[in-house]
Design a protein around this ligand. Structure first.
Ligand SMILES: [Cu+2]
Length: 225
């Protein structure tokens, strides 16, 4: 019975398609490498890459809490990309007091001064690039990129990155604390490779940042052991 046979085959094909599509939607992978032009002898700063869907708003997803520790008078990790809406906890893992603040427009906050073992949390509800400091220790700096999309990643030391996202058209943005952001558009279908994202931090000049009052740190703050 040929017609019946075809019918069964078609039905089977539809069933398979129905079963596989959701899996396929999660299986698309976009990989790329960010190259950074630096001054001779300088290691490039870590880079955050995020992908915003073109032709529609990024879907709102439940976010996972993330930890950004204060240890040995440094923030760890130093650079963190998170979807907007993410709650970031800042545990003080040293045995001295620390503070966490930012003056970045749209994302200014101050968690106050807190002791060893304590932790405070900041939810990054507004997309943006957020420079984070400690009001006691000027050498402590971190960068949080609150991305307007669920698809955000921090590159490895070699600039390589990977995002698992549904097929479609995206605008990619790469941003670091020492270079102007760059963007590119890409079509994702199956396993895809992103176009080159090239940052230039060769013109970057480090200047002392201010404390949480917008004033220079006292000279003694730079001399602490
Ligand atoms: Cu501190």
């Amino acid at each position: 019975m040929l017609p019946g046979g075809w019918g069964v085959m078609k039905t089977t094909a539809w069933l398979l398609a129905g079963l596989l599509l959701p899996f396929e939607a999660q299986a698309d992978v976009l990989t790329g490498v960010v190259t950074t032009k630096t001054r001779a002898g300088t290691q490039p700063a870590p880079v955050v890459v995020y992908a915003e869907p073109l032709g529609g708003a990024a879907p709102a997803r439940e976010t996972k809490p993330v930890t950004l520790s204060q240890k040995n008078k440094a923030f760890a990790p130093r650079v963190l990309g998170v979807p907007v809406g993410t709650a970031v906890s800042f545990p003080n893992d040293d045995d001295i007091f620390h503070n966490v603040f930012s003056l970045s427009p749209g994302n200014a906050f101050d968690l106050g001064l807190y002791r060893a073992g304590a932790s405070k949390t900041r939810t990054f509800a507004t997309p943006g690039v957020v420079r984070i400091f400690c009001n006691i220790h000027p050498q402590m700096t971190a960068l949080v990129v609150a991305a307007p999309t669920p698809w955000v990643v921090t590159t490895g030391p070699d600039g390589a990155w990977r995002l698992d996202l549904p097929a479609g058209r995206y605008k990619l943005t790469a941003v670091s604390e020492r270079a102007a952001a760059v963007t590119a558009e890409v079509t994702v279908a199956g396993t895809s490779t992103a176009p080159a994202l090239a940052l230039d931090e060769s013109a970057f000049v480090a200047v002392p940042h201010t404390n949480k009052f917008g004033k220079p740190y006292p000279a003694a703050a730079y001399k602490q052991p």
